[in-house]
Write a protein that binds this ligand. Structure first.
Ligand SMILES: Nc1nc2c(c(=O)[nH]1)N[C@H]1C(S)=C(S)[C@@H](COP(=O)(O)O)O[C@H]1N2
Ligand SMILES: [Mo]
Length: 355
């Protein structure tokens, strides 16, 4: 008998299509082990065929290309440690609640991605003067709801965003071939952006002269701040500065004495510069210790942090964590409410009882 207990599992939010949270409170690794990496799918998995191994690039280019997987392997590769966070992460914490997957803290993971800069691949084709946006199409197809449109999963980036040297066409995760569930053989990785931009199972790249209007661009992944109208919409782009208290767990009972509070923090603009904790509902804050992962070349990492807390008195405590980034942003006390529940990043909170 193989005795390896206890066992850690991802948390299922939906089975068809497969949507799972990472067990984020229990992961202490530098990067998220692939088996625990969160999964977010809009449609059923695409068919597993050889067509997954080639990529078509067309549109506003001088030379349209069909690029084979094995050709990419011969190009100059790049490895980046990048946080992927679903725009709907922590949606379950909104009040009033919003529709969609009720993610708690685990629709976020941190992986080491290897691939080639998209820019280098586009250079092979040569862009025309009319090139304005780059549209990425996945092999997965289905009915977009609520619009009812039959479509592949597609997203676009502006030319400027697409030509950023750290936008990758990736085929490895954590040093292994990119698993099919995470978009293998080939997926896009757009560092700092919410993960809807990182299109899985890349099928084609279209360079267009206009503005892409697909439903995952113009209906979903749009902030709608008004409760009862579609007014003042604006697109979901980069990740908001955020943190999670990994330990203690919410509503834990602990003994009097010293406890090491620990967690993670990440951002989609610059890097995390500070994480603070509050034990009095945000009246005062005290800095946690950030673990020293080098910021270069890992500017897209999450940081781990810890704080040694002496719990002297019995009773109930609320612990808040608040991250700051190098763009001067900090987590707000209340998240910005929007109808589809994207971008939640209020201070993270656990309640503990000292007994
Ligand atoms: N082709 C395709 N790409 C996709 C998606 C999808 O449904 N189809 N989901 C996006 C969303 S919303 C997220 S959060 C990430 C999830 O990536 P993961 O499943 O590898 O964690 O993939 C993105 N890329
Ligand atoms: Mo997502």
């Amino acid at each position: 008998m193989n005795i390896s207990f206890p066992q850690l599992f991802p948390i299922t939010r939906k089975l068809h299509p497969e949507n799972q949270e990472a067990p984020v409170h229990f992961l202490q690794n530098r990067v998220t082990p692939t088996d625990y990496f969160f999964k977010r799918n809009h449609f059923a998995y695409p068919q597993w065929t050889t067509s997954l191994f080639s990529l078509i690039i067309y549109g506003e280019v001088h030379v349209p290309l069909a690029v084979a997987y094995r050709q990419l392997l011969f190009m100059q590769v790049k490895t980046l440690a990048v946080v992927l966070e679903c725009a709907g992460n922590q949606r379950a914490f909104y009040a009033p609640k919003t529709y969609g997957e009720q993610w708690t803290n685990g629709a976020v993971s941190f992986g080491c991605w290897t691939g080639v800069p998209l820019r280098d691949v586009l250079q092979l084709c040569g862009l025309t003067a009319g090139a304005k946006e780059v549209v990425f199409e996945g092999h997965d197809v289905g009915k977009h709801l609520p619009s009812g449109k039959q479509t592949a999963y597609k997203r676009s980036l502006s030319l400027k965003q697409a030509l950023h040297p750290d936008v990758l066409i990736a085929w490895q995760l954590n040093g292994q071939p990119l698993p099919f569930a995470h978009g293998g053989p080939l997926r896009l990785i757009v560092p700092h952006w919410y993960a809807m931009a990182s299109v899985k199972w890349l099928k084609s790249i279209a360079i267009i002269s206009g503005e892409f209007q697909g439903p995952f661009q113009t209906e979903d992944y749009v902030y709608y701040p008004a409760t009862d109208s579609g007014q003042q919409p604006f697109p979901v782009t980069t990740i908001n500065v955020n943190s999670v208290i990994q330990w203690p767990l919410d509503f834990a009972e602990l003994k009097k004495g010293v406890h090491i509070i620990r967690g993670i923090a990440w951002t989609g603009q610059g890097v995390v510069t500070n994480v603070e904790l509050s034990f009095n509902q945000g009246k005062s804050w005290t800095s946690a210790t950030l673990s020293g992962f080098a910021d270069k070349p890992d500017g897209y990492s999450w940081k781990t942090w810890s704080f040694s807390w002496r719990a002297e008195q019995t009773g109930e405590y609320t612990i808040l964590s608040r991250a700051h980034d190098s763009h001067g942003r900090q987590q707000p006390q209340e998240a910005f409410w929007n109808r589809k529940g994207y971008g939640y990043n209020a201070v993270n909170k656990v309640r503990v009882n000292i007994v």
